[in-house]
Design a protein around this ligand. Sequence first.
Ligand code: SF4
Length: 319
Amino acid sequence: MLRADDDLSWYARKADGLRRDVGLAEAAPGPGAVPRVDALLAELVRGGIKGSIARRTLYTRRLPPGCRGCLAGRGTNAFVTGLCTRDCFFCFNAKPRVDELVVHGIKLSSPEEAPAVVARYGLSSVGVSGGEPTLRPERLLRLVRALGTLSSRVRIDLYTNGDCLSDDLLAELRDAGLDALRFNVVAREFDLEPVARALAFFPETAVEVPAVPERRAELEDMVLALDRLGVPFLNIHELFACRENAAAVESRGYGSTGERAEALLWEPVAGAEEAALGLLLFAQRRAERLSAYYCSCRTQEDISRRGLRRRRRQVAAPP
Ligand code: SF4
């Protein structure tokens, strides 16, 4: 049942009418940008891409299991700490960083409170993130173990940059009930060493990165390397700007497309869609085993709407 103080819940923060301007200057579309995107989409269709072209929710072989609950609006985020070992320019976390545990937008005083939040909202998948969640290994392990006590099974994926990921911690996370890890390898300049080690513990290991247009060559090399390693999943995001990263994104020369998502607090960056679709097409053509999935800003918008609809239904008809 929803409580009055849940008004700061994740979906409410993401999706309600609190939008403020991101402040990124609009970029004029470069010559030929629209036809290039159309041509990429046509090539992807010819290659048998799955999903929705209209919503830009596209994948090559199969969806990562952890994405299904999220796409249905039944996913949420468990934020283990705001602290991080890196400072990625695209990072959307609030600064200054705060060392706090927040689940579904609700600040908790202990990891053992998390199952009640997940059960209250009928959620089926939890993305455990930060900051860098492995900076607080005890809190992280307690959270994963606590989520495992729920009567209905919840899928748990851990988002990490791999900086603090020892083999001992990997084994403990597996034994605690974690399902898979998702690596931001851009944070480590495409060093795949932690990814390769994690694969021995978690067969559903994934890499999840924004398709940063200026890193196209490294991203394509990464696709080939992941495929050779036998990593099953790559999630590609559209680079976006939000309040928290707008200054850093702008300092790299990126501008806004001017598209205003209705249910999100961020805006796609001009050229980001073309870069993401180009990388997806590269993976479709060149990877032999790797499944690549494009989770676009439109996809995120759809997820937010579904989550908000579920939340409103819960308010209208509390269990
Ligand atoms: S590793 Fe993740 S949390 Fe840390 S700075 Fe980069 S995007 Fe942000």
